[in-house]
Design a binder for this molecule. Structure first.
Ligand code: BGC
Length: 823
C-alpha cells in the first residue's frame, strides 16, 4: 500500500464511507486525517459544474463554460495534437472552477448509428477512438485535473442501459470494445475510469473482476480509481471486492454500512477494502495537492503573473477561439460539385434555415454545457466577404410543415447566387438515455430542400447532427458540409470553411450508410429485454461494409479538401511504412492519411481491412513530405480465446494506404512470423462469420465464437426483482404499480410527442432499476426499503409497506449513528 500510514489511522467506518459519494459530485473528506474531498464534473465537451443543487442529467443549471465540439465532431479532425489542446483547454477550465475530476472522455464504440449517445463518443473504430481519447486525457491531465475515461465497458445502447446485459465473445470484447480503453490507459495514464451501468456477460461492469482487476489493473497497469457511473452500483460489496473504488453519486451511508456488514460476514476482507481505499486515496491526495499548488501560486503572485491560470474570463476567451479552430478542423466536406465551395469573394448568398438563427451545437443529457456564448450564422455572416441577400428560417424546428416559411425561403433563394441551407437533427433526436428509432431528419426540412432546389440549383447544405443520418436527398445539393455538433463557436468555424479561410480537412470517423437496414447489428439492436447479443462480432461499421461489400454513401475515413493530394513511393519496413505525400492542388491544406491492414488467407475470420495507423499532414501548395506510420503491438494481433492471449497469425498481410477506407492509393504486403497455433473456432460451425454474413447469425455459430450456450435473456414476468427496470412494472402483480407504470409511460410519450428538449428525468426513471432508488436518494431510501418496495410491486402490499415504514426509521437512526462516528 502506498499510503499505509493514513489508511492504518482510518477507522473502519471512515474507510467504508470513503468508498461512496458524499454528495452528487463530491467524495468524503476527513479533516482529522488530512483527506480532502474531490469534486467531479461532467464533460466530455465542456465543464458542467453544478454550483447549486446537483443532478446528473443536466437538468439544473451549471456554471458557464466553453462548449467545445462534441467528441464525434472532434474525432473527424483525426488530429491527436489538436485533441490534446482541447483536452488542455478543458483541464484549464476545470482547474479554474475547482473541479478535480472531469468525467470524460466518453469512449464507447459506435456499434449502431441509432445509439442516442453516439454524439458523445468518437468513432466506430477502436484504434482511432483510443488514440484521440489518449490525447484528450493527456491534455486534461497536463493541467492537474484527472480525466475519467467512460463508460467501461460495452455500453453501446441507451435503451434500458441500467438493466442490460451485453453478451459478447472474448475476441470481440478485446479487439473492438476494449482496445480503445487499452490504448488510453497505456498511452495517457488516466487517473480515473468510470464503470458502465450494464452487465458484461452476466456480471455488472462495476463488479466485473475480469474487466476491473484482471484486464484494467493487472494487464494494462491502470493505477487510478474506478468510479461507478451515477447510480450504476448494484452490490457495493461485490463492486469493491472486484476492483471498484468509489460508488457515486450519493447513496447516503447505506452503502458504507453494507460494506461494514460485508467485512463482518466475510463476503469481503478488510485487506480488500484497504486496498481500494489506498488506490482512491492516492488520486485524491495527488489531485488536491495539485489544485492547492495552483491556487497557492496564484495567490503568491497576487493573482497577476499567474492570472491566466485561474482567470476564468481569460480562459473563456481563449477557449472560445480554440473551440472555433477545433470545429473548423473537424468539419467534413462531403460534396463539392462544380467547385461551388469555397464561396468566391462577394458572392450573393441567401442564408436559410432555423439552425442559422439558433444553432444546433451540442447534444442533450449529462454532457450538456451552459455555454459562455453561442454564435450564430445570421449575426456573423456579414463580417465575411459575402453579400448576404437575406435570411429566412425556412422550417420549423419541431418538424411541423409551414408553407409560409417555405414561401419566404424560396423567394429569397431566387435572389441569390448561392443558397446556404442550414439543417439537420433537432434537439429531441440526440440524447443520453434514449436511442433513436430511425436515421431520418425531419420531413419538413426535406420538403424545404426540394423547393429550394427548384428555385436555385446552386445550393450548399450545412448539416448539424452528432451522429449518422440517412441522406437520400444529397443529390439536391451541389455542396455538402457536415459540421456535426460543432460547439459554441460552430458558426464562425462554418463560415471560415465555407469562405475558404480554412481549407476543410475533416474525415469521417464513422460510415454514413445508405439506409439503416444495412447496419451490421440491425437485427440485434437495441435489445429490448435483458440481453444485448453482439452476434455481429468484430464486424462493426466499415469492418462489415468493406468485408461484405455493402455500398455506402460516404465511407469511413472520407473527407474532401479544396486542394488535392498525391500519394507515392510506399515502402514497407520492419517497423512501419513510409510514403510520399504531395499537395498537388492550388491551396495549402491538410490530408488525413490512413493505414489499413488485412490478411486475405487468414485461417480466422477477419475484416478485410482494419485501421492500424493514421496521421494528419499539413502541406503548402506544391510541398511534399515523407510520411512514416509505425507498426505497433496492435498492428497484427488477434485475440485467441482458446489460449487467452494476443497472438499473431503467420503469413502475408496486405497493407493499404489512402484517404478513406475505400479510397486507397498505395498497396503493399508484408510477411509476418506468427505464434498462433491453435485455431479458436471450428470453421464448419461458424462459417457465416467467414463470409461476413452476420446479420442473422444462428445460435450454433454464435455459440461457437462465445464458447458457451447463448444465455436466456427473457424477463422473469412472474415477479420483479431489485434489478428490474421500473418500466417492467407493466408486468407487475400490484395494480398500483401497473398504474405507476402507465403514468410514467404516458408522461414519456407526451414529452416525445411535444418535441423540444427530451424529458430526461422521466426517461431515466422509466429505465432505471429499483435498486437505483437507494443509490440516488442521498440516504433517504435504504436498500432494505427498496426490497420492500419491490415486494409491494409483486403484490404483497401490506408486508412491503411494513418493510418500507420499518426500514425508513431504521435507516434514519443508523444514518445518524454513523454520522456521529465520522465526526
Ligand atoms: C452518465 C455519465 C455521467 C454521469 C454523471 C450518467 O448518467 O452516464 O456519463 O458522467 O451521469 O452526470
Amino acid at each position: 500500500m502506498k499510503h499505509a500510514d493514513i489508511v492504518n489511522r482510518m477507522t473502519a467506518e471512515e474507510k467504508a464511507a470513503f468508498l461512496s459519494g458524499k454528495s452528487e459530485w463530491e467524495s468524503w473528506n476527513f479533516e482529522r486525517l488530512g483527506i480532502p474531498s474531490i469534486f467531479m464534473s461532467d464533460g466530455p465537451s465542456g465543464i458542467r459544474k453544478q454550483a447549486g443543487e446537483g443532478d446528473h442529467l443536466g437538468l439544473n443549471p451549471s456554471v458557464p463554460a466553453t462548449c467545445f465540439p462534441s467528441s464525434a465532431t472532434l474525432c473527424n479532425s483525426w488530429d491527436a495534437a489538436l485533441t490534446e489542446e482541447v483536452g488542455e483547454g478543458l483541464g484549464r477550465e476545470a482547474m479554474a472552477e475547482g473541479v478535480n475530476v472531469l468525467l470524460g472522455p466518453g469512449m464507447n464504440i459506435k456499434r449502431n448509428p441509432l445509439c442516442g449517445r453516439n454524439f458523445e463518443y468518437f468513432s466506430e473504430d477502436p484504434y482511432l477512438t483510443g488514440k484521440l481519447a489518449a490525447a484528450e486525457v493527456r491534455g486534461i491531465q497536463s493541467r492537474g485535473v484527472a480525466a475519467c475515461c467512460k463508460h467501461f465497458a460495452v455500453n453501446s445502447q441507451e435503451t434500458r442501459r441500467m438493466a442490460m446485459n451485453a453478451v459478447i465473445d472474448e475476441r470481440t470484447l478485446r479487439e473492438i470494445y476494449l482496445t480503445a480503453f487499452e490504448i488510453a490507459v497505456k498511452e495517457s495514464h488516466p487517473r480515473a475510469m468510470m464503470s458502465s451501468y450494464n452487465e458484461v456477460n452476466g456480471v455488472y461492469a462495476n463488479e466485473n473482476r475480469h474487466l476491473l482487476t484482471d484486464i484494467l489493473r493487472k494487464e494494462w497497469g491502470f493505477d487510478g480509481f474506478v468510479v461507478t457511473d451515477w447510480g450504476a452500483s448494484n452490490d457495493h460489496v461485490l463492486g469493491v471486492k472486484n476492483g471498484s473504488n468509489l460508488e457515486m453519486p450519493n447513496p447516503g451511508l447505506d452503502s458504507a454500512r453494507e460494506l461494514l456488514a460485508g467485512v463482518k460476514s466475510g463476503r469481503i476482507s478488510q485487506d480488500e477494502v484497504d486496498q481500494r481505499v489506498d488506490e482512491l486515496l492516492d488520486v485524491v491526495l495527488e489531485l488536491t495537492a495539485e489544485a492547492k499548488k495552483v491556487r497557492q501560486n496564484h495567490d503568491d503572485h497576487d493573482g497577476s503573473v499567474q492570472a491566466s491560470c485561474l482567470d476564468k474570463d481569460a480562459i473563456h476567451r481563449e477557449n472560445h477561439q480554440l473551440a472555433r479552430r477545433a470545429a473548423a478542423e473537424s468539419m467534413v466536406l462531403l460534396k463539392n460539385e462544380d467547385r461551388i465551395l469555397p464561396l468566391k469573394s462577394g458572392t450573393r448568398v441567401a442564408i436559410i434555415g432555423d439552425f442559422a438563427f439558433e444553432p444546433r451545437y451540442q447534444g442533450a443529457g449529462s454532457s450538456m454545457v451552459n455555454a459562455t456564448k453561442v454564435e450564430n450564422i445570421r449575426d456573423l455572416a456579414g463580417g465575411y466577404d459575402l453579400q448576404v441577400v437575406g435570411t429566412a428560417r425556412g422550417y420549423r424546428r419541431d418538424g411541423s410543415e409551414d408553407a409560409t416559411l417555405i414561401g419566404e425561403a424560396v423567394s429569397l433563394a431566387k435572389q441569390a447566387d448561392v443558397v446556404l441551407l442550414f439543417f439537420g437533427l433537432n434537439e429531441q433526436s440526440e440524447s443520453e438515455g434514449l436511442d433513436r428509432t430511425h436515421l431520418r431528419i425531419p420531413q419538413n426540412q426535406i420538403t424545404l430542400m426540394r423547393e429550394i432546389q427548384e428555385a436555385n440549383r446552386n445550393t450548399v447544405g450545412i448539416i448539424s447532427a452528432g451522429s449518422v443520418i440517412e441522406m437520400p436527398w444529397h443529390s439536391l445539393f451541389k455542396g455538402l458540409l457536415h459540421a456535426y455538433l460543432p460547439g459554441q463557436a460552430g458558426a464562425s468555424a462554418m463560415l471560415d470553411v465555407l469562405t475558404g479561410a480554412v481549407n476543410p480537412s475533416g474525415h469521417l470517423g464513422e460510415t454514413i450508410l445508405n439506409k439503416y437496414e444495412d447496419t451490421p447489428s440491425y437485427s440485434y439492436y437495441p435489445a429490448l429485454e435483458r440481453n444485448s447479443e453482439y452476434r455481429e462480432s468484430v464486424f462493426v461499421g466499415y469492418r462489415y461494409f468493406e468485408t461484405a461489400d455493402v455500398p455506402v454513401l460516404f465511407p469511413f475515413g472520407y473527407g474532401l479538401s479544396y486542394t488535392t493530394f498525391e500519394y507515392s513511393a510506399l515502402q514497407v519496413e520492419e517497423s512501419g511504412i513510409r510514403f510520399t505525400l504531395k499537395n498537388t492542388g492550388t491551396r495549402d491544406g491538410a490530408e488525413v492519411v490512413q493505414m489499413y491492414v488485412g490478411m486475405k488467407d487468414s485461417a480466422l475470420f477477419r475484416p478485410v481491412r482494419e485501421l492500424k495507423g493514421f496521421a494528419k499532414i499539413f502541406l503548402k501548395v506544391g510541398e511534399e513530405k515523407k510520411v512514416s506510420i509505425p507498426f505497433d503491438d496492435k498492428t497484427f494481433r488477434v485475440r485467441n480465446r482458446m489460449t487467452d492471449r494476443w497472438e499473431i497469425e503467420g503469413g502475408t498481410y496486405q497493407i493499404s494506404v489512402g484517404s478513406s477506407c475505400r479510397d486507397l492509393r498505395l498497396f503493399a504486403s508484408v510477411e509476418k512470423q506468427g505464434d498462433l497455433e491453435q485455431l479458436p473456432y471450428d470453421r464448419e460451425k461458424c462459417g457465416c462469420y467467414y463470409k461476413a454474413d452476420i446479420r442473422r447469425v444462428s445460435d450454433e455459430a454464435y455459440e461457437e465464437i462465445l464458447g458457451y450456450p447463448v444465455p436466456s435473456g427473457s424477463w422473469n414476468q412472474k415477479s420483479l426483482g431489485i434489478n428490474d427496470a421500473l418500466c417492467q412494472m407493466y408486468y407487475a402483480k400490484s395494480p398500483i404499480a401497473r398504474k405507476i407504470y402507465r403514468v410514467l409511460d404516458r408522461k414519456l410519450k407526451k414529452s416525445q410527442a411535444e418535441g423540444g428538449v427530451p424529458d430526461l428525468n422521466t426517461m431515466f426513471q422509466y429505465n432505471m432499476p429499483f435498486r437505483a432508488i437507494a443509490k440516488m436518494t442521498g440516504g433517504l431510501v435504504s436498500m432494505e426499503m427498496v426490497k420492500s418496495i419491490v415486494e409491494m410491486v409483486n403484490g404483497h402490499f401490506f408486508r412491503g409497506m411494513g418493510g418500507v415504514i420499518g426500514g425508513f426509521f431504521r435507516n434514519r437512526k443508523e444514518n445518524k449513528q454513523y454520522l456521529r462516528k465520522l465526526n
